[in-house]
Design a protein around this ligand. Structure first.
Ligand code: MN
Length: 441
């Protein structure tokens, strides 16, 4: 687990002025990695600082990194970050230490470095983002007891919680070809579903939904046949992003019995462009969510005292909606979910330990979704299925519109922010996308 060090120092400021604003997602204490392109710059790795992207290739060519950070800096310049993710955490940490030195307002070389700012920094509004890794596999978990309980009541009135839920972090193997970066339109999928009158039809989904989740990027992988023990699992978490596991509930309901999610999920998954590293998140680790007294004791491979003590992340997560009508009237997006990643029943490390307990190998750049991050309160319901009780109680929006499910033109945006007294809060940027009409048949 990453330790606290000078890169988390709350007094540290950057000479990139926007990074010092109290509400900025990307202060010098964050330094997340992503892949961007801009006019004249081919896709390459960069680091978010304030409202700018720090170009790692320009910095490497200018000789700004020390010997200990060279290997990580070279890997981080690439158009995909898998090689960076595969490195031992201490090498990624050495790069973070150098980045903090180069960008701090009171660094010894500030004058020389700031003169290169025109080359080193790209304004975010001039850039577009790429998927930051070749994602070999995507696994979506199902770890919020509140989500599972509410959904259970809606779709299976007889059995609210699946029997295995409190024994293991449940998941399904997802699809990677349709994982897309923020701001890629989501085309309303067509599919098979059963109508209320019992007829089966093939048509655009009428029950399009979002799921507010965090994504976990795997760093170093494991050899096939060699499980990752729970106590070692934090070392395999490269970092986190925001993830929207879009769902077509009518397609999902019809196709899922008994094998689980398929086309109701695989049409699109949206991720935020920046990966907030494990090291940046070190100050925001908190105890794993409490278990009820009569909950079963997990098997030994899912038990670890350090994981109980600091295996969860205190990250506020929100979802907003902006409908076409709201947009045309110049209205602000309306918040429909406010939750926290610390409510999940299972920790990220437990997900990794369980995923590999049968010998399954994870690889650098693999992506795990935490599952819908709903908490116990009404405002923390993190998908429409919960917010509208399966479409039966439409959501009222501030401009008078209602939504049972998402409609064409609706834009859903997620934000995340980690905070703790005595530390500078850090954020994730946006995970956002707009619904486009179904393609003609
Ligand atoms: Mn999901």
């Amino acid at each position: 687990m990453a330790d606290l060090n000078e890169t988390h120092d709350p007094t540290r400021r950057s000479w990139v002025e926007a990074a010092n604003a109290p509400d900025c997602d990307f202060p010098i204490q964050n330094l997340p990695f992503g892949v961007f392109q801009s006019p004249g710059r081919a896709p390459r790795g960069g680091v978010a600082i304030g409202d700018m992207i720090f170009d790692l290739k320009v910095a490497l060519d200018a000789g700004l990194f020390s010997q200990s950070a060279q290997a990580a800096a070279r890997a981080a310049c690439a158009p995909t970050l898998n090689a960076l993710m595969a490195l031992p955490p201490r090498q990624v940490s050495a790069l973070r230490r150098d980045l903090s030195e180069v960008l701090r307002s009171d660094g010894p070389d500030r004058r020389r470095i700031e003169k290169m700012a025109g080359d080193l920094l790209v304004p975010m509004q001039q850039a577009s983002y790429r998927c930051p890794a070749v994602i070999g596999d995507f696994t979506d978990f199902f770890t919020s007891v509140d989500h599972v309980t509410r959904v259970g009541r809606i779709v299976r009135p007889d059995s609210a919680l699946p029997p295995a839920f409190k024994h293991l972090p449940m998941a399904y193997n997802g699809r990677t070809s349709s994982v897309v970066i923020s701001d890629t339109p989501v085309i309303r999928p067509r599919g098979q579903k059963m109508r209320g009158n019992g007829d089966v039809e093939f048509a655009p989904t009428r029950a399009l939904d979002y799921e507010l989740e965090a994504g976990i990027y795997i760093g170093a992988g494991n050899a096939l046949g060699t499980p990752i023990p729970l106590r070692a699992a934090p070392e395999h978490i490269f970092g986190l992003c925001l993830l929207n596991d879009w769902s077509a509930r009518d397609i999902q309901r019809w196709e899922s019995v008994p094998l689980g999610p398929f086309l109701g999920k695989s049409f699109c998954t949206t991720i935020s462009p920046w990966i907030v590293t494990s090291e940046a998140l070190a100050p925001f680790r908190v105890p794993a969510a409490a278990r009820a007294k009569d909950d079963p004791l997990p098997q030994n491979y899912l038990q670890d005292a350090a994981d109980r003590a600091e295996g969860a992340f205190d990250i506020d997560l929100s979802a907003t909606i902006l409908t076409a009508a709201m947009r045309s009237k110049g209205q602000a997006p309306a918040r429909i979910t406010l939750t926290n990643l610390n409510t999940l029943y299972w920790t990220a490390a437990q997900m990794i330990a369980h995923h590999t307990c049968n010998g399954c190998n994870l690889q650098p750049g693999d992506l795990l979704g935490t599952g819908t991050t709903s908490g116990p309160t009404d405002e923390s319901r993190a998908c429409m299925l919960e917010l509208t009780a399966g479409g039966k109680q439409p959501l009222k929006l501030p401009d008078g519109e209602t939504r049972a499910w998402l409609e064409d033109g609706d834009e859903i945006a997620f934000h995340g922010r980690a905070h703790r007294d005595g530390f500078v809060p850090i954020g994730f940027g946006a995970c956002r996308a707009r619904i486009a009409p179904a393609l003609s048949a």
